[in-house]
Design a protein. Structure first.
Length: 505
């Protein structure tokens, strides 16, 4: 491991306060998709150690749940402060480990900071309701209590932000967290773990050891979390296939799951769209993060009246977009995570061709040699929404279809198993409102005059159907990390029964 990327990784790990010794001597080999070089050999958590961490999180929970919520907010404020200081180094490490363009690596850390800020405010707003009681001298209220340790299983493409969306809320809600990051991205997790441990250490006895646990390993360790009754909530981000298993297994033990699974996100370009803005939005939505966001724009329905004014320009952008080493500031499209991802892209493009699609772009680009996988994004003009279009391929492929009526475009948009994000480009208020109406987009996210990706943390993030139904981040997503208790209080001297029932003894 004498290569330059490994050396840079080691420096960043050290700068972030994690022990560089963690990078050597283990059995799990980590490669940077930027060059394909091995950058670490990290130790995997054994099942016995994982069980210990869950036990430690359960013990920490019993302490943490009694700490006043605003004080828990102070803890998250300090975490946010540490992350502010770490933004540059952690953003770079994200870029090295998963190949994101540097500005996106930094953006990911900014999302972590944002959710911490959000959670600090929330720590004074975990509101319950007060409902009118039907009985005299009675009060009917509800309150929200911490629920227990939360298991977080995250994916490679947002290797640290997903943890923070869950952890920042869980911490203010009075829960501890046990995290299993993607096996493709353990290093950023080790760095974040070092940061949170430092905050715990500095916080004093209110923040118990075990508040934030980390488990490094593969699917077997994920299953260990999923099946453990001490974790009442499992938040899992990844493929629909993974989520189906997680959802079923967590439900079997009456746990709660927050599932953030696949997306097959579409945008509709209407005749009233601002086409310059649309062009930029589609480029970022479909090619940003090399098409490896769950919110990536994967389908584009363009009205016949504007098709010839937009699509040729878009094809030109696909032809000229800068693909390269993500550390280079001029790069907009970095590498795919690995060779498997490139093979999946090739398979999808072959299927699209077989279904009559006209493929523009695609194919491998040599940036840093044989061991890394850079691809030219592909735009595929399709005559119809064939089966291959209805599947999510985690790569920069945009299927473009021509439509004639908005009803038709909305029907196509909804005619996929996934339901994460969607958008419309229009300045005609009728079309916009039809798209946003109950009979419009069936997705968890529906945007106007922007792409499908790049959500802010202030809104609830997640989607319907095979996307899993979970919501994370903003709005009232925090409720999934707490248990609701309804309290009926009789402050009178008689005992009126609800619904007028008589039971006089
Ligand atoms: C994901 O790809 O897992 O909306 C989440 C976005 C980001 C989150 C993506 N804020 O694109």
């Amino acid at each position: 491991m004498t290569n330059a990327v490994a050396a840079e990784t080691r420096d960043l790990i050290a700068a972030l306060g994690a022990d560089p010794a963690l990078l050597a001597g283990g059995t799990r080999i980590v490669r940077s998709p930027i060059t394909g070089d091995v950058i670490a050999e990290v130790a995997e958590t054994t099942p016995a150690e994982a069980a210990e961490r869950i036990a430690a999180a359960a013990a920490a929970f019993r302490v943490w749940r009694t700490v006043p919520a605003p004080r828990r907010g102070e803890f998250v404020r300090q975490l946010g402060e540490e992350l502010r200081g770490a933004k540059e180094a952690l953003g770079r490490l994200v870029s090295l480990e998963v190949g994101k363009a540097l500005s996106e690596g930094l953006g990911e850390v900014q999302e972590m900071i944002d959710i911490c800020d959000f959670a600090v405010g929330l720590s004074r707003q975990l509101y319950g309701l007060c409902m009118p009681s039907e009985r005299g001298d009675h009060r009917l209220t509800e309150q929200w209590h911490p629920i227990g340790p939360v298991g977080v299983i995250s994916a490679f493409n947002f290797p640290v932000a997903v943890w923070s969306w869950n952890a920042a809320l869980a911490f203010v809600c009075g829960d501890s967290v046990v995290w299993k990051p993607s096996e493709k991205a353990p290093l950023t997790a080790l760095a974040v773990h070092a940061i949170v441990e430092r905050v715990i250490g500095n916080f004093g006895p209110d923040a118990p050891a075990g508040l934030a646990g980390l488990i490094i390993g593969g699917r077997d360790l994920g299953e260990l979390l999923v099946d453990d009754k001490r974790l009442p909530v499992i938040s899992a981000t990844g493929s629909t296939r993974m989520g189906r298993t997680v959802g079923e297994r967590v439900a079997r033990r009456f746990g709660r799951s927050i599932l953030e699974l696949g997306g097959n996100n579409a945008s509709i370009v209407t005749p009233s769209a601002d086409l310059d803005l649309t062009l930029r939005a589609v480029a970022f939505g479909a090619m940003g993060t090399a098409g490896q966001r769950c919110t990536t724009m994967r389908r584009l329905f363009v009205h016949a009246d504007v098709y010839d004014r937009l699509v040729p320009r878009l094809i030109e952008v696909y032809r000229t977009i800068s693909i390269g080493d993500p550390r280079d500031p001029g790069t907009l499209v970095g590498p795919l995570i690995d060779g498997e991802a490139f093979a999946a892209m090739e398979r999808a493009l072959a299927a699209a061709r077989a279904a009559g699609g006209r493929v523009h772009g695609g194919g491998r680009v040599d940036v840093n040699g044989e061991a890394s996988f850079y691809a030219r994004p592909a735009l595929v003009e399709m005559g119809e929404q064939a089966d291959c279009v209805r599947e999510e391929t985690f790569a920069p492929i945009l299927y473009v279809l021509k439509y004639r009526t908005l009803d038709e475009a909305i029907a196509w948009q909804n005619d996929v198993p996934q339901g994460l994000s969607s958008s419309i480009f229009a300045t005609d208020i009728r079309e916009v409102e039809q798209f946003l109406s109950a009979a419009g987009s069936d997705c968890g996210i529906a945007n106007v005059n922007m792409g499908t990706s790049g959500a802010e943390i202030g809104g609830a993030f997640g989607g319907e159907k095979e996307t899993g139904g979970g919501r994370e981040s903003g709005s009232d997503s925090w409720k999934a990390y707490m248990r609701r208790q309804t309290n009926a209080i009789n402050y009178g001297r008689i005992l009126p029964l609800a619904q007028g029932v008589k039971f006089d003894i």
